[in-house]
Design a protein around this ligand. Sequence first.
Ligand SMILES: Nc1nc2c(ncn2[C@@H]2O[C@H](COP(=O)(O)OP(=O)(O)O)[C@@H](O)[C@H]2O)c(=O)[nH]1
Ligand SMILES: [Mg+2]
Length: 251
Amino acid sequence: MKPIILIPTYNESISIVELLQKLSVFRSTYLFDVLVLDDNSPDKTADIVEKLEYSWVSILRRPSKAGLGAAYRAGFAQVLQQMTYTHVVTMDADGSHRVEDLPAMFAAAARFADTERSIVLGTRWIPGGSVVNWPRSRQLLSRSGTTYARLALRIPLHDLTGGFRIYSTALLNSLNLSQMTATGYCFQIEMAMAADLAEAHAAEVPITFVERINGVSKMSRSIVIEALWQTTLWGLARTLRPNADKLHYVK
Ligand SMILES: Nc1nc2c(ncn2[C@@H]2O[C@H](COP(=O)(O)OP(=O)(O)O)[C@@H](O)[C@H]2O)c(=O)[nH]1
Ligand SMILES: [Mg+2]
């Protein structure tokens, strides 16, 4: 297994340094690389990461803030072009996704052959999973978002909005990533749906999600609205023209 961890950043200069330090310890066991996807953060996140001079960390510098989905799509395109990695991990920069949960996720990914299409979801809303320091309102939003997406899209998974995942490169190569449109956090829902359409093997690993201590959340009302209407449209498309939908997402 040769994984790369993609970490999107927008004004995460304090959190990303702490996360990379934790990952560097962990790297004695798992030989992964890291690609930071920075949208020209005004707090100089990219410059600060560069100064750390970790040989295993590179940075994709993007011109301006264009949303989580756009950052990930650019990162996927770069990684797939390199043809070096068997798996792509996605992980938030703010410490909410714990390095301690990575071994169980890697173990779950390793149960499928590298050449198979697979997705491993770090899941908050299954036994063993939890959320620390989130207000009830945010928990309710996340849980109801996932439940709505699960029912509307008929995907039998339990954390469709979470961003702590491992995709096999085989799965990413089988998808029409350039056809994906979600810019905000509903990108996570779109990717789960595409994996389902590609009939990927799926595994869920319980994780503990810890609310950030440094920096601020980029979650906004427009991101929630995008997720709601997009999920409704995708649900209708899956019901009304399932084959066209599959052709749209899967090569
Ligand atoms: N490159 C990039 N990263 C983003 C953008 N929006 C959010 N992120 C990153 O995505 C991750 C999750 O965002 P966060 O604000 O923590 O969302 P929350 O955990 O749902 O409150 C963090 O690492 C952010 O820095 C964006 O527009 N561009
Ligand atoms: Mg966060």
